[in-house]
Design a protein around this ligand. Sequence first.
Ligand SMILES: NC(=O)c1ccc[n+]([C@@H]2O[C@H](COP(=O)([O-])OP(=O)(O)OC[C@H]3O[C@@H](n4cnc5c(N)ncnc54)[C@H](O)[C@@H]3O)[C@@H](O)[C@H]2O)c1
Length: 292
Amino acid sequence: MQSFAQKVAVITGAGSGMGRYLAILIAKAGGDVVICDVNDESLAETKTLLHKYNVAVSSHILDVADKDAIKALPEKVIAQHGKVDLVFNNAGVTFDSTFENLAEEQWDSVMDINLHGVVNMTRAFMPYLKDRPEAAIVNTSSIFGMVAVAKQSVYHATKYAVRGFTESLVKEQKGTSVQVHCVHPGHIGTNILSTAKFNEDDTTGPGSSLGLGDKTREEMGDMFKTHGMHPSRAAEIILKGVKKKKARIFVGLDAKLIDLSQRLMPNHYEKLWPIFMLPLFFLRNKKAIKDL
Ligand SMILES: NC(=O)c1ccc[n+]([C@@H]2O[C@H](COP(=O)([O-])OP(=O)(O)OC[C@H]3O[C@@H](n4cnc5c(N)ncnc54)[C@H](O)[C@@H]3O)[C@@H](O)[C@H]2O)c1
């Protein structure tokens, strides 16, 4: 896809983090945006940030775990914008808990958002995308769709599944007008950890699975946000990947190196991380893109 100008892009999880900046960068490039999020307040903030761009914006309070709401969305988008060219299945959550302490409902809730949300959105929008001369489905997995750590079993189950689902779609849609992408971000400084759920029954501190030690939840969320790549930079990398038609889009050098670690040492990849990760702490671009 050469350009986002005059395109219509649907973005889930657009109230925060990478979703918000995907919306802003597409609007800046002249594309209309359909922003969706379960959180009405943060969605309204994104809408306000989009006012300065001369494009059509519609916002939808959407819980991607709600299959019926997803089924109803394409008709609304067509009524408002006349077409849809890109779908970014970006909304996601995490739950820090050992598998044993994770209740069935907690497991199901993450599966419904991170996996079934992606699948149901793809199913709902595919017929409309197929109508366009060029279109894209962009599904967000994670570098945690490549490697695993403890206390993230449900997150990994969803992100590995999004990767498998998306890579199969890449092959099915090859040679058609629909390009399909799987996004694997590394550490991006967003709200995902501040809003993450934790299991009180776990004896080790929250964030232990992510190597953040025994910090309070607030400290951990703040630290995660401060030290990650700025989400505007991440969104820029994702959009460049779409333009270049990259089926797999790694976001950040950490994501690339972690992927390399699992190729080099499939059973003990985490042993390479301290060596790989230390310089990245200083190299990562934590500043927002200027002039947004
Ligand atoms: N931040 C990272 O380091 C990182 C790394 C790898 C992958 N990811 C993935 O990137 C995607 C974007 O996350 P982010 O880091 O920007 O996080 P974020 O928390 O800043 O944004 C996620 C957005 O999704 C929304 N959301 C949550 N549940 C929803 C639901 N049921 N329906 C609709 N919207 C919902 C939230 O309200 C929020 O606005 C997620 O899929 C996440 O798993 C993030």
